[in-house]
Ligand binder design. Structure first.
Ligand code: ADP
Ligand code: ZN
Length: 611
């Protein structure tokens, strides 16, 4: 945006410069150009030169006499005196009378020189500058390119990204390889009368490699790749977006076969509603897009890929057959996918041989491809900071926490009491989880404050891919979330604000169990709420009567309360382990899952022996 402001200044600036050039030129250069050098002299010298026959040419005007030296041709001027015999004497000296010694510069030439030349210079200069300055910003300078599309053309296909560069995402790659196949040999498809889908929608959470996949399709098929973001269509002026769409498709048709990639299509493809004050510009742009998609025939080689992370908000007209009718899910990577992504990105950095990718992948559960790429880069940065030449396992482990929880806050020092409370809180979660599942619940807990605001960080154990959760598992989850607060109550005797996020999560699960999963006693299998935003947090909206809502609330509270009590009981039964683990965490600020389990086991053995 800053560049736009910069661009306005030079225009006024140019006019200033132009005016200055004109003035300077007229004052100094023009007189010099239009007049030859003339020396002034006295009348006596003139008379003497006349006597000595030194005068070459002479011109007598009303106010002065201009004459030349016969020898070296110098031009002199002198005042006019009342000298009667002058003409005779001059004639006698053999001087040449002539009408004109100093050439009067023609007025046309003066005009040309003084006005047009600077303008021509100025324009040439301006052209040069505009090429030099604005050229860098591409052809999207507002002034010169109103309404042209900004679609970037990658002539040599798409940074050379191939499917091999996209780790994991095998299902998505498989779905897209058909497109590549089609672009390689459309004849096979035409022969049988099949036509390719015009539009394919890549849906999934941010950072899962949707853009990369689109580039890879172009890369594999070796065709040009046009890319534009939905937000670039939405312009200040109504109609501009539509004209950009037109322009984009015109360009694409010229370059067919090719891939057109529209990122964040939801910005223009949102459901059109009859609401007052709707976005006219957006609707026009969307209409234009629909028209363009209908306009070209099935087999002209332009394939449109679009990415979004809110597919449910798209206008049905956009997703109907013949438009973006194919949907390719691009999900968060699973354990194997994470490991592969880590490996792909680690190729660029120097790694210690002993690095265990599968452990890192397990630790980074829930991370997207973009986050994993970031983790690898953070690890490399950390190695540089410590002046090491290779990246180690611990670099990678620490950078997981950095990427997910933020940097360690160096100067945020917890008071002893706060640190103790945080230690109890985190151990509370872990202990309740361990007692319910009978296995190590965490990879690691640290109680170093993070820039994200978290006071501690718990790295959960990756439970592998879970597609179904039982009612008991969900209840256990709620109990685990309440475990932090429960530990505070038992050990410290007071409660803190540290549990706000736990409360939110526990409530969310409880509400979903009752209103969505049919896990309550009286609602049977009736859905009281629906998920509206699957890939961005998963907001839910209620759809039931006010009385039912009250009843849902009552049941949610009862459910959470029951689990909270369960957590309190577990911790009370294991009071000694709780104290010992919290003390360990308080002293060391970090505890791994193995250390956790060995302390827990040793405390239990002790208790058994005493009984
Ligand atoms: P999206 O378009 O889904 O938001 P991008 O395609 O822009 O995500 O991915 C952002 C970055 O994350 C990529 O440049 C790449 O470095 C990394 N990345 C994401 N997914 C993968 C993957 N499956 N394999 C390798 N790198 C990935
Ligand atoms: Zn907590």
């Amino acid at each position: 945006m800053k560049k736009f402001e910069d661009r306005k200044k030079p225009l006024i600036f140019y006019y200033g410069i132009m005016l200055m050039i004109l003035v300077i030129f007229n004052i100094f250069a023009l007189p010099y150009l239009s007049q030859q050098q003339i020396e002034e002299t006295d009348y006596g010298t003139f008379m003497k030169m006349t006597e000595n026959c030194q005068i070459g040419k002479v011109q007598i005007s009303d106010s002065q006499i201009i004459f030349t030296d016969k020898g070296d041709g110098t031009i002199y001027t002198t005042g006019l005196l009342n000298d009667d015999g002058l003409t005779q004497r001059l004639y006698a000296s053999g001087a040449e009378f002539s009408g004109e010694i100093v050439k009067e510069t023609s007025p046309f030439l003066v005009l040309l020189l003084s006005w047009f030349l600077p303008i021509i210079i100025f324009i040439a200069f301006g052209q040069f500058l505009s090429k030099k300055i604005m050229g860098k910003n591409g052809p999207n300078s507002m002034m010169f390119n109103m309404g042209k599309s900004n679609a970037k053309v990658y002539v040599k296909s798409s940074d050379g990204i191939k499917f091999a560069d996209v780790a994991g995402e095998d299902e998505a790659k498989e779905a897209l390889s058909e497109i590549v196949d089609y672009l390689h040999g459309p004849e096979t498809y035409e022969e049988i009368g099949a036509s390719m889908p015009k539009g394919i929608l890549l849906v999934g959470p941010p950072g899962t490699g949707k853009t990369m996949l689109a580039k890879a399709v172009a890369g594999e098929a070796n065709v040009p790749f046009f890319s534009i973001s939905g937000s670039e269509f939405v312009e200040m002026f109504v109609g501009m977006g539509a004209s950009k769409v037109r322009d984009l498709f015109r360009q694409a048709k010229e370059k067919a076969p090719c891939i057109v990639f529209i990122d964040e299509i939801d910005t223009i493809g949102k459901k059109r509603e009859g609401s007052i004050g709707g976005n006219d510009e957006r609707e026009q742009t969307l209409n234009q897009l629909l028209t363009e998609m209908d306009g070209f025939e099935g087999n002209n080689g332009v394939i449109i890929l679009a990415a979004t992370n809110r597919p449910e908000s798209l206008d049905p007209a956009l997703t109907r057959p013949g438009r973006f009718d194919r949907r390719v899910p691009v999900e968060l990577p699973d354990l194997k996918g994470r490991e592969e992504i880590l490996k792909v990105h680690s190729k660029k950095i120097k790694l210690e041989k002993s690095v265990d990718f599968s452990l890192i992948a397990r630790m980074a559960s829930g991370a997207s491809g973009a986050e994993l790429a970031n983790i690898v880069n953070e690890a490399a940065l950390r190695a540089v900071r410590d002046k090491r030449s290779v990246v180690t396992q611990s670099d990678l482990e620490e950078s997981i926490e950095v990427v997910i929880a933020g940097y360690q806050k160096k100067n945020a020092i917890l008071t002893d009491k706060e640190k103790m409370i945080v230690a109890y809180h985190e151990i509370g979660h872990a202990l309740v989880a361990a007692k319910q599942s009978h296995s190590a619940p965490v990879q690691k807990i640290t109680i170093v404050p993070r820039t994200s605001g978290a006071l501690g960080y718990t790295m959960q154990v990756d439970e592998g891919n879970h597609y179904l959760l039982s009612k008991e598992e969900l209840e256990n989850k709620i109990a685990t979330f309440t475990g932090g607060r429960a530990a505070e109550e038992i050990a410290v005797g007071s409660i803190t604000t540290g549990a706000s996020n736990d409360i939110e999560q526990a409530t969310r699960i409880a509400r979903a169990m009752i209103a969505m999963y049919g896990m309550s006693d009286d609602f049977d299998m009736v859905a009281m709420q629906t998920v509206t935003n699957q890939y961005l947090g998963g907001d839910a909206s209620l759809s039931c009567s006010a009385e039912t809502q009250t009843e849902i609330d009552r049941q949610v509270v009862a459910l959470v309360k029951k689990q909270h009590e369960k957590a309190l009981n577990i911790l009370k039964e294991n009071r000694r382990a709780l104290d010992k683990l919290a003390k360990y965490l308080y002293d060391n600020e970090t505890i791994t899952g193995e250390q956790f389990m060995s302390i827990l086991d040793s405390v239990e053995e002790n208790e058994d022996r005493q009984n």
